[in-house]
Design a binder for this molecule. Structure first.
Ligand code: UTP
Length: 295
């Protein structure tokens, strides 16, 4: 049974500047909930409650968010704000969360390497802290099911438009079933010409402890960083890796367009906003259409 998860959240978030100058992108709220809380909730919904967050400079608010805020709780109790008080208690007790700091930003592979002592000889889940997936079955649970069936390292993948392959880690392999592939190759941010497929790594993994040995052998790659994809390509020479096509929709909230789309789609799903917000969207589109007709 897999009991531990690692959430890398130390990155600079340059694609979301200036908002990320003084706050972590993982704390950007989707309506009223920081992105990282959705990611932690996905772990918990998949049965994992031991979580290591890879944190870094300027990321203290990540720790504060999952900590007790005595003053706020007392104030809410005094004001008889029962629902908010219960919600804060829920966040505080969500999981058993640990933190380690990545002092130098040497890439995702290096961030994962910081988990070696915490994870020891156990396989573990990895969920990128800036990646939300809306799905009926939590994607980490989908990967755990594949791990149980095949016993190999498992990578979540999604199909992306060919013109965007150079933004992702891309995989190639042989189909074992409609949703599962045995990998033969992984390549980080290939050009469209180099890309062997348009199947992109989707921010969720089940890794075996052998990844730490592979990371030790991994030279700096794209962006002069230690890339997890390159370490997985090294690991592939020694053990099997499978990819599972996710059932769900992924949002990279570290890019501004995806952040906007996530906010709109999540708001439409919230009962307290749906009606009024939908009317607002319709009115806005109608006004845009009319303006276009006039000009
Ligand atoms: P990204 O590739 O989105 O990088 O990282 P980034 O630096 O955070 O963002 P940009 O490109 O500058 O806008 C994917 C995930 O891996 C973490 C990030 O916090 C994010 O959750 N990460 C990345 C680390 O923890 N350490 C690193 O050195 C790099």
């Amino acid at each position: 049974m897999i009991k531990k998860a690692v959430i890398p959240a130390a990155g600079l978030g340059t694609r979301f500047l200036p908002a990320t100058k003084a706050q972590p992108k993982e704390m950007l709220p989707i309506i009223d909930t920081p992105a990282i809380q959705y990611v932690v909730q996905e772990c918990v919904d998949s049965g994992i409650e031991d979580i290591l967050i890879i944190s870094g400079k300027g990321k203290r608010s990540l720790e504060d968010h999952f900590d007790k805020n005595f003053e706020l709780e007392t104030r809410l109790q005094e004001k008889e704000e029962e629902a908010l008080y219960t919600h804060l208690k829920h966040i505080e007790n969500l999981a058993n969360i640990h933190f380690i700091r990545q002092k130098e930003l040497n890439g995702l592979g290096d961030a994962i390497y910081h988990a070696r002592f915490h994870c020891g000889q156990e396989p573990f889940a990895v969920l990128l802290g800036d990646s939300l997936i809306d799905s009926a079955i939590p994607v980490t649970q989908q990967l755990l099911d594949s791990y149980e069936q095949y016993g190999y390292t498992v990578i979540a993948v999604e199909t992306v438009p060919w013109e965007n392959v150079s933004r992702y880690g891309i995989v190639d392999g042989d189909n074992l079933s409609t949703r599962v592939m045995q990998l033969t190759r992984l390549i980080e941010k290939p050009s469209r010409k180099q890309a062997p497929s348009n199947m992109a790594i989707a921010g969720r993994y089940i890794l075996t402890p052998q990844i730490f040995k592979a990371l030790e052998k991994t030279p700096r790659g794209k962006g002069d960083e230690i890339q997890l994809t390159d370490a997985l390509q090294i690991l592939l020479k020694e053990e099997g890796i499978i990819a599972t096509l996710i059932e769900g929709k992924r949002y990279d909230i570290g890019n501004k367009m995806d952040f906007l789309k996530t906010t709109v789609e999540f708001a439409l799903k919230r009962k307290e906003f749906a009606g009024e917000f939908e009317d607002f969207l319709r009115e806005t589109i109608n006004r845009l259409d009319e303006d276009r007709k006039e000009h």
